[in-house]
Design a protein around this ligand. Structure first.
Ligand SMILES: Cc1ncc(COP(=O)(O)O)c(C=O)c1O
Length: 391
């Protein structure tokens, strides 16, 4: 029976029937049937099939898992989540996301002006909007307009220059107003802890993003001086996406938790942490992640004698990655699978060829990795000999 690797990527969202992949939802249609019907209408493809129920499944799993962890530890803070728009900005996806997440007060995260405009127009009033990335005066003014429209918006400053702009815009925007409106303010902190993997440089002491501890104290003083301390609401950190290992995340959570506790004593109300890596090969479950976040925040809050913070996550790929299937017409097959009959061995072969053949002949599950490395090494030697004109 064909399996199509479903046990690796399927997560019970699909099943096999009569050698075709079917969707495990509603009237359980087959992908092949759906594709045929679309093609009959004249659309040849490639086709991107989107399944909003899979977006909903990920969102509800995220919220349920954190609610479960909160209950288990009797955690007093709330859990919130936003979708980082950089992960998928397509209207077909965003409209479905906003539609299926209505019951969760789920919001959007924007990292650029264009994304901010999407967030303002698509986020239901009251659901959180968080704004990261570098911001000029125009972008900060847009955040004030969003707050005025009634949005629950938090501008996360990445550097002291942005805070100065917020203070300036606040004066211009609210100077003569009897009902001043200022967005909530977050600070991105530059942790000593760094992540691992491709995005490791997003964090760590030498990363480009976020405020160092001395800058954080300076920001605190600036906010106090301009009577904006009550708007400081969130600390944010991001040590890199697709974290395959949970250990660096736990270290960063401890560091951020302690910064939260110190700020809390001075007036910051919540901590936003991000984020939850969603790469397939990650070695931790969502359960473990949620338990660790809740447990660590609780432990630090207890030991420092401050209230347990609200928790935010900006998981992106975890929410979006599995909701669509790309169907592409197969035009031609190229394969790297060579069959034994294609080997044109002679009666007597050079030693390297003979050794390669012996590896091929005796490879098994146990020695596969070692033999693969040996074979690659032999191939390299053969190609070098060829380049030098010896064979
Ligand atoms: C600030 C921020 N938040 C969230 C994400 C989403 O990361 P992931 O898709 O691994 O959850 C990213 C990166 O893509 C990011 O830069």
């Amino acid at each position: 029976m064909k399996r199509f690797g479903l046990d690796i990527w399927g997560d019970d969202n699909f099943f096999i029937k009569d050698d075709t992949v079917n969707i495990n939802y509603g009237n359980r249609p087959s992908l092949l049937q759906i594709t045929r019907e679309i093609r009959e209408k004249g659309y040849k493809g490639p086709l991107l099939l989107r399944f909003p129920h899979l977006i909903e499944k990920q969102i509800s799993t995220l919220f349920d898992t954190f609610e479960h962890a909160k209950k288990e530890f009797d955690y007093q803070g709330n859990f919130h989540a936003v979708f980082p728009l950089k992960v998928n900005q397509f209207p077909n996806f965003i409209h479905a996301l906003v539609d299926v997440s209505k019951n969760y007060n789920y919001g959007l995260e924007a990292g650029s002006k264009a994304e901010l405009i999407i967030a303002i127009s698509q986020t239901p009033l009251g659901a959180p909007i968080t704004v990261n990335g570098f911001k000029d005066k125009e972008m900060i003014s847009l955040c004030f307009i969003a707050a005025k429209m009634g949005h629950n918006i938090t501008v996360t400053i990445e550097g002291l220059g942005e805070l100065e702009t917020i203070i300036r815009v606040d004066r211009e925007f609210n100077g003569k107003s009897e009902t001043p409106v200022t967005p909530k303010i977050g600070v991105r902190i530059r942790l000593h802890s760094s992540g691992i993997g491709v995005w490791a440089k997003s964090g760590g002491y030498s990363s480009k993003f976020g405020l160092t501890s001395t800058e954080l104290l300076e920001a605190y003083e600036m906010l106090k001086k301009h009577s904006l301390l009550d708007r400081l609401w969130m600390i944010h950190f991001h040590i890199g996406s697709q974290m395959g290992d949970i250990a660096p995340l736990k270290k960063a959570l401890r560091e951020a938790g302690n910064i939260y506790a110190e700020l809390k004593k001075r007036g910051a109300l919540a901590v936003e942490y991000s984020q939850h890596g969603s790469s397939i090969e990650r070695n931790y479950s969502l359960n473990e992640f949620a338990n660790d976040v809740v447990y660590l925040m609780q432990e630090i809050s207890k030991s420092k004698g401050v209230a347990e913070p609200d928790i935010f996550t900006e998981s992106g790929r975890y929410i979006a990655a599995s909701h669509s299937v790309l169907v592409a017409p197969v035009l031609e097959l190229f394969s790297q699978e060579y069959h034994k009959k294609a080997l044109r061995l002679k009666e007597e072969n050079p030693p390297l060829i003979q050794e390669l053949y012996d590896l091929f002949d005796t490879i098994n599950r146990k020695n596969a990795r070692e033999y693969l490395h040996d074979a690659l090494d032999h191939m390299e030697s053969l190609l070098t000999l060829f380049d030098l004109g010896y064979i």
